[in-house]
Design a protein. Structure first.
Length: 367
């Protein structure tokens, strides 16, 4: 058995980088290898599954059992959709009671490499739908950003003329009481000018350098507490995390926008948690990374309104009266410029924004 194991480690080492779960079987349908994505999907270590029958992991889904037989006998490939499997979910082998079923798409490919005869690739249907949804949203958001940026350029120049004309008009008005109206024009022009500057600022060039994520979070925490002194901002840090390479000011602004948004929803009273963790074998923006930083901003507010949940990262969408609708848009832009992702999970009493930032970019693979 030593030779096949050596072949598996060398010939299939690239499978470790895939985001889809891969299992290699011999002619007896015994597991000879599974990649880290498969360990994550089935929530069980490779050490527990090596040299074990596949049925101990998946049960015996009717369509898959027949497909495996045909693949071995006739060298046929197979693609199955919506297979229901019953993995051990980390329980001792042979004890599947209580395990949650998984709904997967599966591709079976005959191979010949040492003792390996079949390559099985699994994709979680929920994850696949999530990925497709994220791709659609990314395309739509990119189009929205370009539209807003073009509009900002078109609006910015006339604003200067409007403000200047209002100032000249104010000097010509003999009645000081009429200055109230010119001041409205000037102040609203200034407000729109600042809005346009914020829309355009997300497109400036990054200035990457090594930065400590906890230094950034401490800066954000200090700014939030200065603005909302009655708020409780708790730390939950993994201090073993290494530095990341990024634009310090952009990262501060991105996290500050998320935290300030939470503080405003809480009306300055409540709790925000800043949490950091390391995540292994994650896919961000269709690239696989061995190690990523997971940063969470959690609040105990009322939650995100259902009517804006799908559009909350769009420009000018706000769930708060008087909000500009740009804070989360800019946060997403800055995070994406760092090859990261941001998403939110919300229910009444708990809203969690999760940011993923790659820590190592040398071990990645486009999907």
């Amino acid at each position: 058995m030593a030779a096949p194991e050596k072949l598996t480690v060398t010939a299939f080492a690239g499978l470790d980088l895939l985001s889809s779960a891969v299992i290699l079987l011999d002619a007896g349908l015994v597991i000879q290898y599974l990649n880290p994505a498969a360990e994550n999907l089935f929530a069980i270590s490779a050490r527990k599954l090596m040299r074990r029958p596949l049925s101990q992991l998946l049960g015996e889904p009717p369509g898959l059992v027949a497909a495996l037989g045909n693949a071995l006998a006739n060298n046929w490939s197979y693609t199955g959709q919506n297979l229901t499997t019953h993995p051990t979910r980390g329980l001792p082998l042979g004890h599947r009671h209580g395990a949650e079923p998984l709904h997967l798409d599966c591709t079976v490919t005959p191979v010949e490499a040492g003792s390996i005869r079949l390559l099985l690739e699994f994709r979680h249907i929920d994850q696949q739908l999530k990925t497709e949804r994220e791709e659609r949203l990314a395309e739509q958001q990119q189009a929205n950003r370009e539209l807003i940026r073009n509009l900002a350029h078109e609006i910015k120049n006339p604003l200067g003329g409007i403000r200047g004309s209002a100032q000249l008009l104010e000097k010509e008005l003999a009645n000081p009481q009429l200055h109230e109206y010119t001041q409205v024009i000037i102040k609203e022009s200034d407000r729109l000018q600042e809005l346009m500057n914020r829309l355009l600022s997300s497109h400036r060039l990054m200035q990457p350098q090594p930065v400590g994520i906890h230094e950034i979070l401490e800066r954000v925490r200090a700014l939030i507490l200065a603005e909302f002194p009655d708020l409780e901002v708790r730390r939950d840090y993994d201090i073993s995390l290494p530095s990341i390479t990024g634009d310090r000011e952009q990262l501060i602004q991105a996290i500050l926008n998320i935290a300030r948004n939470a503080a405003q929803v809480l009306e300055g009273r409540g709790e925000i948690i800043l949490r950091t963790r390391a995540q292994r074998q994650v896919t961000v923006a269709k690239k696989r990374y061995r190690l990523a930083l997971e940063l969470q901003v959690i609040d105990n507010g009322p939650g995100i309104p259902d009517e804006i949940r799908e559009q909350m990262f769009y420009p000018l969408v706000s769930g708060r009266e008087g909000g500009s609708g740009l804070g989360l848009t800019l946060a997403q832009n800055f995070i994406q410029q760092h090859h990261g992702s941001i998403e939110a999970d919300s229910r009444p009493g708990c809203t969690c924004f999760t940011v993923l930032l790659p820590l190592h970019t040398t071990h990645q693979e486009s999907q």
